[in-house]
Design a protein around this ligand. Structure first.
Ligand SMILES: NC(=O)c1ccc[n+]([C@@H]2O[C@H](COP(=O)([O-])OP(=O)(O)OC[C@H]3O[C@@H](n4cnc5c(N)ncnc54)[C@H](O)[C@@H]3O)[C@@H](O)[C@H]2O)c1
Length: 355
């Protein structure tokens, strides 16, 4: 069964398809005039590149592929420059499409190249991690990193289509899959208490990667992200709620080095921190906070640090967060499961007491 979610952005609207054995390139039509560059990484390409290329060729497209090293280091201007060269060599023109086949790293990098090559060519996302399916492939944020920090150069650039084939999750390493569940849980907290309860009731099925459960939750998470992005594409307001747990998570990633915690793991620890702040400041009940921590724990996500990083360093890293205004970090706090408020200034003593 295939489910569809529409991201309603006027002339830049697009569909996300979610299911098994899905076609790729429906939004492109069938045209021998379209040239495609499929970008993947060294882990994903051996598994899924051949299928992706043949599906696009079956539509009549002329297809070239490019493979970057797996890992965050590929989200660089150097890798982007290599891909610009490949795009020129492959004869890409304004009608062409760049396809991201992989996780958030490939999606952010290929999306940035698609946004900037020839001032923008078509972009298609084929996410292969849970995190990319529910988060990074939807909403149009693309970026590369600089040595000074993550995602410092980028563009808002929407894809023409997102194809989330759940079969690709079968090969995802366990730690990466569980990390993706961190972002999944976030959607229940920020928007949909019923979804949160569904997670609580389906922990075993989630851990076994049950396809029917995955279909339901990936669809619901994409619906929520689509709704938020449709209301606030460029993060002038509401879109900030997607950052629940992220101020702390980004700071932790900065001070621990990016190889210690996977993003969803850092988000899990960040949500525990945000839940404690919320109990102190925004009326979140102890019971709801406990339910969140218990769910994260049962899913195998980290809920506490064995060796806490130096508070002063962590606090300084919070100031570097892109959501910080005038050196005051802004937090998303929960009122109850399914409802959060954003842009909250938190008193310094509360930040420290909970950290
Ligand atoms: N643009 C956005 O809105 C947004 C949102 C959240 C995160 N991000 C970015 O996403 C990136 C993290 O994404 P990620 O967690 O998907 O990491 P990732 O892209 O590094 O993928 C994780 C690992 O899994 C491997 N892999 C991917 N799919 C696989 C599969 N199906 N089978 C086997 N191995 C597979 C990859 O090669 C990699 O080693 C970060 O750079 C982050 O900044 C972007």
């Amino acid at each position: 069964m295939t489910e569809f979610v529409n991201v309603d952005l006027g002339s830049r609207s697009y569909n996300i398809s979610i299911g098994s054995d899905l076609p790729i390139g429906t939004a492109l039509g069938e045209s021998s005039a379209i040239t495609a560059l499929v970008v993947s990484d060294t882990n994903v390409a051996p598994l899924y590149m051949e299928r992706c290329v043949s599906l696009l060729e079956a539509r009549g497209l002329t297809v070239t592929s490019a493979v970057v090293p797996a890992g965050e280091l590929s989200k660089s201007l150097e890798c982007a420059a290599d891909l610009y060269s490949k795009a020129v060599d492959a004869g890409l023109d304004r009608r062409s499409v760049i396809v991201a086949l992989g996780g958030g790293v490939v999606g952010d990098l290929a999306g940035f190249v698609a946004a900037t090559f020839l001032r923008g060519v078509q972009f298609l996302q084929v996410p292969t991690t849970l995190l990319a399916m529910v988060d990074s492939s939807v909403g149009g944020k693309t970026a590369v990193d600089l040595p000074q920090g993550k995602n410092l150069v980028g563009a808002f650039y929407q894809p023409v289509e997102v194809v989330a084939d759940l079969d690709s999750l079968d090969t995802l390493p366990e730690r990466e899959y569980i990390s993706g569940l961190g972002e999944v849980v976030k959607y229940g907290v920020i928007w949909d208490k019923g979804l949160f309860e569904y997670f609580e009731q389906n922990i075993d099925a989630l851990l076994k990667r049950d396809k029917a459960v995955l279909l339901k939750i990936v669809k619901r998470c994409c619906e929520i992200k689509a709704e938020v992005v449709a209301q606030d594409e460029r993060e002038g307001g509401l879109r900030a709620i997607l950052n629940f747990g992220h101020t702390y998570a980004h700071a932790l990633e900065t001070v621990s080095g990016y190889d210690k915690w996977l993003h969803g793991e850092a988000v899990s620890l960040g949500m525990v921190y945000a839940a404690k702040l919320s109990v102190a400041l925004s009326g979140f009940s102890e019971n709801d906070a406990e339910r969140l921590v218990t769910l994260l724990d049962k899913l195998g996500l980290p809920i506490k640090l064995d060796d806490a990083p130096d508070w002063a360093e962590l606090r300084k890293a919070m100031d570097a967060d892109k959501k910080t205004l005038n050196a005051v970090p802004r937090f998303v706090l929960a009122k109850r499961l399914g409802e959060v408020i954003f842009g909250c200034e938190v008193p310094e003593d509360a930040l420290k007491a909970i950290g």
